[in-house]
Design a protein around this ligand. Sequence first.
Ligand SMILES: C[S@@+](CC[C@H](N)C(=O)[O-])C[C@H]1O[C@@H](n2cnc3c(N)ncnc32)[C@H](O)[C@@H]1O
Length: 231
Amino acid sequence: MAGDPHYVREYRRLVRGLLKRSASEADAMEKAVGGAFEKVGAAQAKLVKELCPQGGFHLIDVGCGSGRLAHALRAETRVSYTGFDVVPDLVAYAEKICDRPDWRFDTISELALPVENAQADIIMFMSVFTHLKPDEIKTYLAEAFRVLKPGGRIVASYIDPDATAHKHFSLPALMQVITRAAGRNVMLTRTPRVTLSQWMEEAGFTVERAITDKSLGQHALIAAKSTAARA
Ligand SMILES: C[S@@+](CC[C@H](N)C(=O)[O-])C[C@H]1O[C@@H](n2cnc3c(N)ncnc32)[C@H](O)[C@@H]1O
């Protein structure tokens, strides 16, 4: 709808088009999250398990899409999972393929997480900040800080304009405008690593490290909420 924020309007339109044009639902669902469903899902799941090596943990996957990460984790009994996304078709598909009635999948349409304070051990924003404006990213970082338990971690991927490996994400500006207007693309934003680090620190996090290999498809920053932080 016209009054919806750009990420709701554009992503819902993109997915409607993909469902119409693609050979199958699975094909559309894979394209909607950027492809490499199994490979990137496995890499994301590996990272989550490395960050939470022992015991049960609550993972919140913001922008869960069609379940790339959730599907890779579906056999993990240690995980209590919550997936949020702005596109109902993606959320429904993720829920269907995971077949985990004990997990939560919900559609949201604002930059607010419908979760009480200090509930999550880990919050993933994979390929989400890459579609948001700076103020929107900052709003989500504040939300993530509120919802994380002290000692919890956030993982956020980004496209770094300074990284040569990310040049292929560039589309000439005019093509961006045309493909977005046609509903075949969404806003794509690049954020230098130092800038995202600074926003994370301003939100209260301590940035621990960056992942800059190719496994996740994009670079990512891992940041922690101090154990001394107020829940
Ligand atoms: C490129 S896909 C990545 C999906 C998933 N994180 C993954 O790595 O497979 C980006 C996802 O973010 C969702 N999204 C976009 N804006 C969002 C927002 N403001 N809040 C939550 N999800 C959002 C889109 O609907 C889409 O599913």
